[in-house]
Ligand binder design. Sequence first.
Ligand SMILES: Nc1ncnc2c1ncn2[C@@H]1O[C@H](COP(=O)(O)OP(=O)(O)OP(=O)(O)O)[C@@H](O)[C@H]1O
Length: 758
Amino acid sequence: MEAHEHPDFEQEKERLAYTKAYIQAVLEQAEKNRSDFQGNIKEALVELDHLDSSLSWVNILANASMLEMTQRNLRQLSYVQDRPYFSRIDFTPDGSEKEKLYIGKTSLYRKDNQQPIIVDWRSPIANLYYEGQIGRVSYEANGETYTGDLSEKRQYVIDKGELQEIRDIDITARDEMLQESLTTNADHRLKDIVSTIQEEQNRIIRADMDRPLIVQGVAGSGKTTIALHRVAFFIYTLAESFKPEQMMIIAPNRLFLDYISDVLPELGVDEVQQTTFPDFVQQTIGAKLRFANRDEKLTQLLAQQNQVSSQWTEWVASYKGSLTFMQVLDRYLQDVIDEMVPKGDLTLERFTIYSEQDIKHWFFDEYTYLPPYRRIEKMKNVLKKQAKRKADEKIAQVSDVYDEKIEKVIYGIRDETQRRQKVTTLSNKKDEHIERLKNEAKKMLTTYFKQVKKHKVLDIYYDLMTDIEKLKTYGAVNDEEAKALAMSVQEKKAKTSVQLEDAAPLLYIHHRLYGVEEEKAPKYLVIDEAQDYNSFEFAVLKGICNSEKWTILGDLTQGIHSYRGTKTWQQLMDDVFPNAEYATLTQSYRTTVEIMTEANNMLERSEAEGYLLAQPVVRHDERPSYEIANTNQDFAVKVRDILALQGDTYQSFAIIGKTDQECDKIAKRLKEDDIEIPVLSDQDEEFNEQCVIVPSYLAKGLEFDVVVIATVDESYSENELDTKLLYVAMTRALHRLFFISFGDMSGMLGQLFKQTGQ
Ligand SMILES: Nc1ncnc2c1ncn2[C@@H]1O[C@H](COP(=O)(O)OP(=O)(O)OP(=O)(O)O)[C@@H](O)[C@H]1O
């Protein structure tokens, strides 16, 4: 209802004006505080030289932390200034007065009495807005249950600080707000959904933070969106104890990171680490690796479809992604580690400072809590002092022996000249010997530990992978399989780049031999598009992070990398996360009923198995349309007609081709008719164009108002991989979907087209 028609309009208007004024006052105060803190820091820095410096440092640190807090508050409040809250609940706790709670993206309290002006959407009581029905309700906070009556749930549409609509919600009104939010067009980037989070999504956002959570969600069910809201929830709930740098979001590519970049500051989570798996591996190992991109392998598979070579490509990728391969590396690394320990005693001339047995004891028993190379460092450090002491003892012994000899000469030789000569010779010998020993003692440890070769991770891996006999011994594979494995790295070694499937093994070797410092290992992980990762990748990350605080989200139906990725979530639980909680999302919020029905229909006709059909939120637009182009010009005309739809309703457009090559062909054909549209590649880190050409695999995770699935040379057949690619492409559309085929519709599209009778 229009705000002014609502009976409470005046009160609500007043409340909004009061809230805005309060925010303004807080912002002004914060601005002033900021300059005060900055001033204090400056002053402390000046005084640092002549005052007690420790006091000044305390002063600087205190002011810096206040400054940071103030700046964070300032940022958050300035974000919400135009729309301070989106809903209100009236809650009467048992035995207490009714409270009107206004819910927004950040909390705000009156300074004088600590009464809430805005309640944060992540707070325990705000859960009543997302889950509670009018009537008796309860919520949990700090391990306690609070009960009471919920008498009102109200939503507001506030635009640029003005109250536009007020809705008292029952189930239908809530739907209205969701509908409205879904009909708006896709920007280039994801947006926050705090005001329309649905019950099934809310449960995932607020699920137990200490257990791994695996979410299977259909296309468009909000996985990416709620993953980011869950991060915001973590930050709020863990508050002081949470360090944003301990949280890491792993995304499929950099384009995707750009796609989520707008929503992060809105939700106040922009300080968390965001990376891709290859980038994380690269950064952790510290070596300059050039990873062939994930999709190169996919392109190769698409090109080799149904050939024997593709079976080998798949076999190698799935072997390298398995826990069996991890065990192979374990056996191999054990031998590498056994060889690592220095041979022989640590000696100083003929003296044994430490026996080989002692050294082995430290390496294999005492310091096994450290990775081998760190063990060696530790041993060097510990031995430094002890070995010096022992060496000094030995040197003293040698010195005593000489002194004894000299004494004997002094008392034993009568002739003075002879005696003096002998004493001088012995003294010189002694000095020389002691000098030599001292010098040797200085270098003793370094020389001894020089035996420990610093192997490069890449070399260790290649030593195994290019040696057929080693592969057969450690890997228990047959001759043919060993050759296929060796071939898979040889091709790349020549180009000094590595395959993505080698990333986890390399990271594992690094972790086993060198370890990853605790500060560099994230404690909270969010992995989106998780179906594309394999058990080995999950296991190695889990080993490094040594934590169970994982949120894993994916959709097996979109598992276009399933030859190497996760085939069932159960397998992932069995292999790596036995303690995981599992949740599903079946409602799709992105696409219209018409598009989702067509995508589901396509899945049912395909050869794919085990897919999960999505249920669209009821929202309608036109049915997908099929067009055949016979000439270049015809193709261009059809594309032009679609692009002409661009306006307020439809803003973002994507033409999706099956592969990179197909996209290049589409671009070329359109260019011939003066339509220039950029082709996205996985090297791109962002895009700002309203219309792009994008290969199907790269479109995964993204969304557009209008999608055109174009086939020039490459159609989609019924096999599993093509079905998944087509499914991904179809489910990227928010509102309209077009198919344009050059010449007759063939394969899967041919079947769908026939069925429509167009
Ligand atoms: N509760 C909601 N309210 C409003 N919009 C929503 C809601 N949930 C999801 N959406 C919208 O649905 C669209 C799909 O969300 P998102 O991209 O997070 O889904 P996804 O499950 O990650 O999709 P996919 O796996 O297909 O990439 C986005 O535009 C998002 O804003």
